[in-house]
Write a protein that binds this ligand. Structure first.
Ligand SMILES: Nc1ncnc2c1ncn2[C@@H]1O[C@H](COP(=O)(O)OP(=O)(O)OP(=O)(O)O)[C@@H](O)[C@H]1O
Ligand SMILES: [Mg+2]
Length: 258
């Protein structure tokens, strides 16, 4: 189906070591799924694999997107087809301003979408209007537009600029890897509101988080717990509260028994 992302028995190796050991997950447009789980369980590995990072090697299984197995697609193709990943540790690109970066990314996407149509590059004034509107939504100072991407940005600023990127690119599927880490209380609310403003029937979200806190703002319908490269347990929003209270040990024990 065009409206879902289906991960089937996904096994992934990093530097020769198997990290993901058979992930099955379907995310439909309009749904928000949260992935929680202990440090090192493979959450970022899943995010990087979805983004097409070359270090993450799919040894088995499929990722079906728009009716095709996208495992062989490069990161550019995935982005152009509507996938978006907000990184846990966004990279700095000195020499490239936020505005230039965003406009280049948006134009690349438009060009790909219009490869057999008549999509045009966005004009600079039109782009500026779009970017400023999104910056306002995320309560980001306009001065960020002319700063070099993530260069000297605080942790929280980087996360906000990731969501700005998402707002400008308007993806169909977004993977947010610990977008809440390092945010102060106000920034957490603003970023969450930004994500919620983008959410709707045309967006699927995979939200990776350690904290129940962000789930007070962004409401996933499904929560999955990743343990040692496998989804050990899935449930509804109430599962996050249970995890906050009880931790992960009881799930880890359960997986070892079975
Ligand atoms: N590029 C890499 N090189 C070597 N090992 C890696 C690499 N990426 C991931 N790993 C290993 O894979 C395992 C899972 O890491 P991953 O970053 O996916 O965990 P995580 O669930 O995101 O943890 P955290 O909650 O700390 O962010 C870890 O043992 C990690 O060291
Ligand atoms: Mg991680």
């Amino acid at each position: 189906m065009a409206d879902e992302l289906v991960i089937k028995d996904l096994h992934v190796q990093v530097e020769g070591k198997e990290i993901l050991k058979g992930i099955n997950l379907t995310i439909r447009k309009g749904e928000t799924h949260a992935i929680m789980g202990p440090n090192g369980s493979g959450k970022s590995t899943l995010a990087n694999t979805l983004a097409g990072h070359p270090k993450y090697v799919v040894t088995h299984g499929e990722i079906i997107y728009k009716g095709e197995n996208m495992v062989a697609w490069g990161p550019d193709e995935r982005a152009q087809k509507g996938m978006f990943l907000a990184f846990q540790y966004p990279m700095a690109i000195p020499g490239v301003t936020v505005a230039n970066f965003l406009r280049t990314a948006l134009n690349a996407k438009r060009k790909a979408a219009g490869a057999n149509g008549n999509a045009k590059s966005i004009s600079i004034p039109e782009f500026r209007k779009l970017m400023l509107a999104k910056m306002q939504l995320l309560k980001l100072d306009q001065a960020f537009a002319t700063r070099y991407l993530n260069d000297g940005f605080s942790g929280g600023e980087k996360k906000r600029v990731e969501i700005l990127q998402m707002a400008v690119l308007n993806p169909e599927f977004a993977v947010l890897d610990e977008t809440d880490s390092g945010l102060d209380i106000d920034a957490l609310r603003i970023v969450s509101e930004g994500v919620n403003a983008l959410a709707g029937p045309n967006l699927g979200v995979l939200l990776i988080t350690h904290y129940q806190r962000i789930l007070n703002y962004i409401k996933p319908q499904f929560i999955h717990v990743l343990v040692s490269g496998k989804i050990a347990l899935s449930g509804g929003p109430e599962l996050a509260l249970e995890l906050e209270e009880k931790g992960y040990d009881w799930i880890i024990e359960k997986t070892q028994v079975s």
